[in-house]
Design a protein around this ligand. Structure first.
Ligand SMILES: [Zn+2]
Length: 297
């Protein structure tokens, strides 16, 4: 979508982000944009550089005009290395998401499904209808924390983002990029919305346990190596299992020990800039730093 076409969209200015939505989508857009603004307000406390973010909420007609590669066909996604940063959401949750997540969760042990229903206060209801009712746009809107974390990391040169896809896929630590975004997502929920944290975590347990036997890859290292294959088979169900099953469980476990200090430390230690580069070189080569200082001026 080109800039000149933005004028067809409705513009909303929030405290931290700008929003654009298709005509007739402002109710849904407000849900996503309000959460997005809260996500920004949370993340900006951790990072030095504050990127400009535009959030688009589009109906199906406008979504089709984006002509996306397969990887992004369901959304949400953001444009890397492009300022202002543009994040795209559909005005409804992509059917793929709810259907794929449900398929993974439905195979979970009955005990877990029962716990999910009692958490919702719907013990006597059917799992399928309760699941689809619980997974609404309000709950889904918190995934903006994940998307915005990518952007903040990119703008602040923290952790390798998907700079060039072959690099991302080849790294054994590709999983960490996505895991970190799920960590801030969980951390945000714990701080601002414990009820939703509980819902997302409950879905994570169902997804992890129910999906483990259904997906092909489960190891952390396969996440990067098999990324492309996972996207092109079954529309990315395996990716959803990692993101909303395994990584969410890992995030909760670590969060209980380290809380927000894990975010602060990761940002400091995983920043790729001169200071950290010099520290690493100095660790490997004695006197590297004094040699550098001699030639620096
Ligand atoms: Zn991501």
């Amino acid at each position: 979508m080109q800039l000149r076409e933005f004028k067809e969209l409705e513009h909303l200015k929030l405290q931290f982000i700008s929003g654009y939505c298709s005509r007739g989508c402002s109710t849904q857009a407000k849900v996503l944009m309000n959460t997005g603004d809260q996500a920004y307000a949370y993340l900006r406390n951790f990072f030095h550089e504050k990127p400009e973010i535009w959030l688009f909420v589009l109906n199906l007609k406008d979504w089709k005009r984006l002509e996306l590669p397969q990887k992004y066909e369901h959304g949400p996604f953001f444009k890397a290395y492009h300022t202002p940063y543009m994040v795209y959401y559909g005005s409804v949750i992509p059917e793929f998401w709810t259907n794929a997540l449900f398929t993974l969760c439905d195979k979970a042990p009955e005990r877990l499904k029962g716990e999910f229903l009692s958490m919702l206060g719907q013990r006597d209801k059917d799992f399928k209808s309760s699941f689809f009712r619980a997974f609404d746009l309000d709950l889904f809107s918190f995934s903006t924390v994940h998307e915005f974390t990518h952007i903040f990391c990119e703008a602040n040169h923290v952790i390798f983002q998907i700079v060039a896809e072959p690099i991302f896929f080849a790294l054994d630590t590709a999983w960490f990029t996505e895991f970190f975004c799920q960590y801030t997502f969980y951390s945000f929920l714990k701080k601002h919305n414990d009820e939703h944290a509980e819902k997302w975590f409950s879905i994570a347990e169902l997804c992890y346990k129910g999906g483990k036997s259904q997906v092909k890859y489960t190891d952390l290292r396969d996440f990067g190596k098999r990324y492309q294959e996972m996207v092109s088979t079954a529309g990315g169900t395996n990716l959803l299992w990692y993101q909303f099953g395994k990584f969410m469980l890992m995030a909760k476990e670590l969060y209980e020990k380290l809380s927000e200090s894990f975010i602060t430390e990761t940002i400091r230690e995983m920043k790729y800039g001169e200071e950290n580069f010099l520290k690493q070189m100095q660790n490997s080569f004695q006197n590297f730093e004094s040699w550098f200082q001699k030639w620096a001026q």
